[in-house]
Write a protein that binds this ligand. Structure first.
Ligand code: F0G
Length: 446
């Protein structure tokens, strides 16, 4: 599955790392092992790609690459490599053929939310079942380039599953840290199966991130949380692939769940760069949806992000993927939501659970955090922010099998909110226990 490829990347104009803080903007080589600006502590980002071909030429080339059998052209990330040009050689690339995720439509889900039409970009079709693979292929490739042996992350589950797979595929040692008892078994199982050294820590995501950063520095381990700017570069391709699949027709809205806010940072950066470089002619509005009791960014954006950012000390939600109270990338997310004229919404546990059942009943399915998108759309339609005939793409971030426990409890009326309140099984689909008796079963089917 893993292929090491050789050759210098064609038309390579290397990115550099630049401090995201507008008052600093210090620059560093992409080969420096840093996660924050050494001068001011700001977040880092890779500079915009400098292209040697026109957008029209690249659009054609990227389309043609879909026909190739080479691993990097089959990857829905590396196919767009001119847009994420931080590597100096293809020999570092570690790919599991990530990306290539479908656009799925569901009139039923659209009706539920009050839309004429909705499109789901389903990142759950990735090799480890979430959008993290788009970023992880880049993060682990950079680890190879830097000759790191050990890589680490803290995770609500999907980052760790993804990192474990890519690191093990590359022959690196994955070390993961997860909040004890607060990730779904599907995700924990993946990390164990993919061979990660796994620490379950009695602390929440935000506390463990601080711990892991200290350990990474002390022990020379490469950190692969979304603070890593190369992961953000990879996640940009979700938007590039989306536009490519839509023949470069920009939707009115792109809706996504928000946790640590890495993904909205990546989407916004990609969209701005595509606009500046002439690939698209306008920006879609970004709508970020948070779970009500893990919604510091929603609260912050209530006055347009002008006040102070306050983290939530005890974040709660059954959508454990987005159970984060102190999102590291909020300054980037603020820029991206503002630039696109976007909005931030929050949704309740019941709204997430019911929206998820609707996505499931449409034959699509997703994990709880992903369903926050449809729940958020429904709310934005009701509030008149989003129009019924809007062209909306909702990004489903994770696969339905990530959290089977949640599903079973919802459908059997046994799902309790983090505050102990029993949620309604509004669209419940209980299994029926029957004796081995054809007449009795036939009677039930009449
Ligand atoms: N959806 C899913 C399924 C996720 O796993 C995550 C984040 C998000 C949405 C939110 O994305 O953090 O970029 O705003 N999961 C991380 C993890 C935190 O550790 O797997 P974000």
């Amino acid at each position: 599955m893993l292929e090491f490829l050789h050759g210098i990347i064609e038309g390579f104009m290397p990115s550099v790392l630049v401090c995201f803080n507008p008052a600093c903007r210090a620059k560093y080589a992409v080969t420096e092992v840093i996660y924050n600006c050494p001068r001011c502590g700001g977040l880092l980002e890779a500079t915009k790609p400098e292209l040697t071909q026109t957008p029209a030429q690249l659009k054609k080339l990227w389309r043609e690459r879909r026909m190739n059998n080479t691993p990097i052209d089959q990857s829905g990330v590396w196919r767009y490599r001119e847009f994420i040009n931080f590597l100096d050689s293809e020999s570092h690339i570690v790919t599991l053929r990530e990306g290539n995720t479908p656009l799925l439509v569901s009139p039923k889900a659209a009706r539920y939310a009050g839309l004429d039409h909705v499109v789901f970009k389903h990142q759950g079709f990735n090799p480890t079942g979430s959008f993290k693979d788009n970023g992880m292929t880049c993060g682990v490739s950079q680890a190879m380039r830097l000759k790191m042996q050990r890589v680490a992350c803290v995770s609500t589950g999907n980052t760790s599953a993804s990192m474990a797979a890519y690191a093990s595929a590359a022959g690196l040692d994955p070390i993961i840290f997860i909040p004890n008892g607060n990730i779904s078994y599907g995700k924990l199982a993946q990390a164990l199966e993919y061979g990660a050294k796994t620490f379950q820590v009695d602390a929440n995501f935000d506390q463990i991130l601080a711990l892991v950063r200290t350990l990474a520095e002390k022990l020379g381990i490469y950190l692969l949380n979304s603070i890593n700017p190369f992961r953000i570069e990879g996640q940009k391709t979700i938007m590039v692939e989306l536009m490519d699949q839509r023949d470069w027709k920009v939707p009115d809205w792109v809706v996504l769940p928000g946790g640590n806010l890495g993904n909205v940072s990546a989407f916004g950066k990609a969209l701005r760069e595509m606009l500046e470089l002439g690939f698209i002619d306008k920006l879609p509005r970004l709508a970020v949806i948070q779970a009500a009791d893990s919604a510091p960014f929603y609260t912050f954006m209530q006055d347009g992000g002008k006040g102070e950012f306050h983290s939530v000390t005890k974040p709660e939600t059954l959508a454990t993927a987005i159970k984060i109270g102190d999102p590291i990338s909020w300054p980037k997310a603020l820029l991206e939501v503002t630039t696109t004229g976007g909005v931030v919404e929050s949704v309740t546990e019941q709204e997430i659970a019911d929206a998820k059942a609707q996505i499931g009943a449409a034959g699509i399915g997703c994990e709880p955090a992903s369903a926050a998108t449809l729940a958020g759309i429904k709310k934005l339609i009701t509030a008149g922010v989003m129009k019924q005939d809007a062209d909306v793409v909702a990004v489903l971030t994770g696969n339905v099998l990530k959290d089977p426990d949640y599903i079973y409890k919802y459908h059997t009326g046994a799902l309790d909110s983090p505050h102990g309140k029993r949620l309604l099984s509004t669209y419940g689909n209980r299994p029926i226990i029957v004796p081995n008796d054809p007449d009795r079963i036939a009677a039930l089917l009449n």
